[in-house]
Write a protein that binds this ligand. Structure first.
Ligand code: PMP
Length: 435
């Protein structure tokens, strides 16, 4: 018996004992291709020598120095690196330990900003169905999964939900991308007006939806229309790029592709690539300045913020990605991955949609391609696929469940940025065999 309180106590887990490149190995020496980067985390694969060297060096110098007494050079350098490359004026980087903490900090920063500028009634958040923002209570409140929230009601944050940009299911026949984007922006605007703009703090969205809906890239102009609506009503735009950011889509920040900058962005997963737990929130100068000129103190913090070895790992990861031009590889290998999946599975009767951006790829499974009807939940298709894939030496991230009545089985493929063309063909071969 194990004393570890595993997330799923009924599941028997293999022990991971070794890792190298794009593979993990169990105690029997069996290798598994990490085709999902865990959950879009391990973007440099495993055992990268430059990252390991950077972490070891930092451990020898200073592993931990509490942020109320000291900063460290790696913490400053990582913030400079991110702020210099972030869109807009997201110049202020707040380091935390993971994605939920980053989202939590973003929600509290938005609230405090409005208190500082004398608009304390702006405390409602609008987010989207088919979204995931984390498991802490604030992040959970804005997340789209009603079933995740249910056991914990009532939640502290006042959250409301509008439709996601889910072209495969919701874009009408004959409706252009622009018309669809406008329809969704109109829905957000109607929700803001219903609540009263003076009561709304922010609209929160994943730039490219990840964990809940098998990767949903927005249609062209969606975020431009959303940005306009937010600006018209003084509502902040918070983009959650915990999964889609840090190069996963082929751009360092996924929203670069959409041609807009948010007021706050959250990142995590790929930032430290799994070598250390780290996340961050980047805030615009307008928000930062309001805090500095107001109370002068952000009412939020954590013991491990700006952790030195975590910052050292993340800085090394980001420098390797830039030095080795890996974002170009993300774009090339991503194209290849989607094309190969379409070639092998495009006509499969249960494959409804293959979509994504860069190496952030989703496959949606259905009972019937023609009417997009969902598979029988009793089949637990996503879970069965994950189990079979592991038997085939392939790690892929399954997603399933019912979100506001829409049932779905999805699989996420998010291989490391270092994948070669041969690696992609092997992933597709094992995936096809599994399906
Ligand atoms: N936001 C998004 C978009 C995520 O995908 C996740 C994790 N799947 C989180 C937030 C929460 O991150 P963490 O699990 O590191 O708390």
């Amino acid at each position: 018996m194990t004393h570890v309180f595993h997330r799923n106590p009924r599941q028997t887990l293999e022990f991971a004992v070794r890792s190298e490149g794009i593979r993990l190995f169990d105690r029997q020496g069996r290798g598994y291709i990490d085709a999902s980067g865990g959950a879009a985390v391990s973007c440099l694969g495993h055992g990268h020598p430059d990252v390991i060297a950077a972490v070891k060096k930092q451990l020898d110098e200073v592993a931990y120095a509490h942020s109320s007494f000291f900063t460290t050079q790696v913490c400053e350098d990582l913030a400079d690196f991110l702020a210099q490359r972030a869109p807009g004026d997201l110049n202020h980087v707040y380091f935390v330990s993971g994605g939920s903490e980053a989202v939590e900090a973003a929600l509290k920063l938005a609230r405090q900003y409005f208190v500082e500028i004398g608009q304390p009634s702006r405390r409602h958040f609008i987010a989207r169905r088919q979204s995931y923002h984390g498991n802490t209570l604030g992040a959970l409140a804005i997340g789209g999964n009603a079933w995740r929230r249910e056991p914990f009601l009532p939640l502290l944050v006042e959250a409301h939900h509008v439709s996601p940009c889910y072209a495969y299911r919701d874009q009408q026949p004959g409706e252009t991308d622009e018309q669809y984007a406008q329809r969704l922006a109109d829905e957000l605007e109607a929700k803001i007006l219903e609540l009263g703009p003076q009561n709304v703090a922010a609209f929160v969205a994943e730039t490219v939806v990840g964990a809940t809906a098998g990767v949903l890239p927005p249609v062209r102009t969606y975020f431009q229309r959303i940005r306009e609506v937010c600006d018209r009503h003084g509502v902040l735009l918070i983009l959650d790029e915990v999964m889609s950011g840090m190069g996963r889509t082929g751009r360092l920040f996924a929203c670069e592709e959409d041609g807009i900058a948010p007021d706050i962005v959250t990142i995590a997963k790929g930032l430290g690539a799994g070598y250390q737990p780290i996340g961050a929130m980047l805030a615009s100068s307008r928000i930062y300045d309001a805090i500095v000129q107001g109370s002068g103190f952000f009412q939020h913090g954590h013991t491990y913020m700006g952790h030195a070895t975590a910052c050292a790992a993340a800085l090394a990861v980001q420098q390797v990605i830039e030095r080795d031009d890996l974002l170009q590889n993300v774009l090339n290998r991503g194209e290849q991955l989607r094309a190969a999946l379409r070639r092998e599975l495009g006509e499969h009767p249960n494959v409804g949609d293959i979509r994504g951006r860069g190496l952030f790829v989703g496959v949606e499974f259905v009972a019937d391609r023609a009417d997009k009807r969902a598979l029988d939940p009793k089949l637990r298709t996503h879970a069965v696929l994950k189990k079979r894939a592991m038997e085939n030496g392939l790690m892929m991230y399954p997603m399933g469940g019912t979100i506001d009545g829409v049932r779905g089985d999805h699989v996420l493929l998010a291989p490391p940025f270092i994948c070669t063309a041969d690696d992609i063909e092997e992933i597709v071969a094992r995936f096809t065999e599994t399906v």
